[in-house]
Design a protein around this ligand. Structure first.
Ligand code: NAD
Ligand code: ZN
Length: 251
């Protein structure tokens, strides 16, 4: 049976107790964990989808105009994340991951704030990639955003790899295939969990919508921390509403 706690201070107490009682916690995060650091989400009340339309993978591959616009957004996002700091929720998760209590942090975020809050690389699974660097779509070689910016400034053209492939920010765009290795790591992590925390995700797109379900069916307790209702609330043992920063303040 789902217990919903609307008061975030009470939620903080409940979260601390459930984490203390758990053996192995897997944390799943969405854009909502970073809004209190100053990075807007997509689908929340002040979400970006109310202001811009996404660029799909196929458009990026087929249109230089779309690529120039995509890069412009990437450089803006790079500057935005450089100007903010991990918040209390990122820091609490970072501490728990270093202590071994949190065995994996699976994130949809591309902002690098979990790394900056000290989650070790071998415990971090970025299923939508990372916006702080770029890769070649053909050979996978790493490229730097600053380098791409200089090329565009000098030539007006978007960068190509030495192999001839298109270079793109290392994130999964809409319409792009999910990374196989990261998804395998995520599924392996779920098998160990006796507590699954879904934090700041609207849980409406795949695989966000299915990971909490899989964890639950595998026997983990499910806690959803979010300001709004999600379609999976009815499956959760606890739904903790309100500001994520407040709900994580007792950890
Ligand atoms: P979303 O935007 O769909 O949903 C975020 C959820 O968090 C919403 O339900 C919102 O109500 C809730 N929320 C926002 N701030 C909150 C707060 N302070 N306290 C409590 N709840 C809060 O996010 P999503 O499901 O993660 O999907 C967005 C997609 O866009 C992701 O796949 C991600 O790759 C990408 N994205 C990433 C970032 C980032 O890296 N920071 C930012 C925007 C979008
Ligand atoms: Zn290449």
């Amino acid at each position: 049976m789902t217990v919903t706690i609307d008061d975030p201070t009470e939620g903080a107490q409940a979260l601390a107790e459930m984490v203390a009682a758990a053996e192995t916690v897997v944390v799943f995060t969405g854009a909502g964990i970073s809004t209190e650091s100053g990075i807007p989400d997509f689908r929340g009340p002040n979400g970006l989808w109310k202001k811009i339309t996404p660029i799909y993978y196929d458009e990026f591959v087929s249109s230089e105009t779309a690529r120039l616009e995509d890069w412009k957004r990437r450089f803006r996002f790079r500057d935005q994340i450089a100007a903010v700091e991990p918040n209390v929720a990122h820091l609490a998760i970072g501490r728990l991951a270093r202590a071994g209590k949190v065995s994996a942090v699976i994130t949809q975020n591309i902002d690098g704030l979990h790394q900056r809050a000290g989650v070790p690389d071998d415990r971090l699974i970025e299923i939508h990639g990372n916006a702080t660097f770029a890769t070649c779509l053909d050979c996978g070689a790493r490229h730097e955003l600053d380098e791409a910016e200089a090329i565009i400034a000098a030539s007006g053209r978007t960068p190509r790899c030495v192999c001839g492939g298109l270079v793109k920010a290392a994130v999964i765009s809409f319409g792009q295939a999910m990374p196989v290795r990261e998804m395998e790591r995520a599924e392996a992590a779920l098998q160990e969990a006796d507590l699954f925390l879904a934090v700041g995700s609207s849980l409406t797109v795949q695989p966000a919508a299915s990971l909490p379900m899989i964890a639950k069916y595998q026997g983990a307790r499910l806690v959803i921390v979010n300001g709004e209702e999600t379609p999976l609330d009815h499956l959760a043992d606890r739904v903790l509403r309100g500001s994520i920063g407040t709900v994580f303040s007792a950890l």
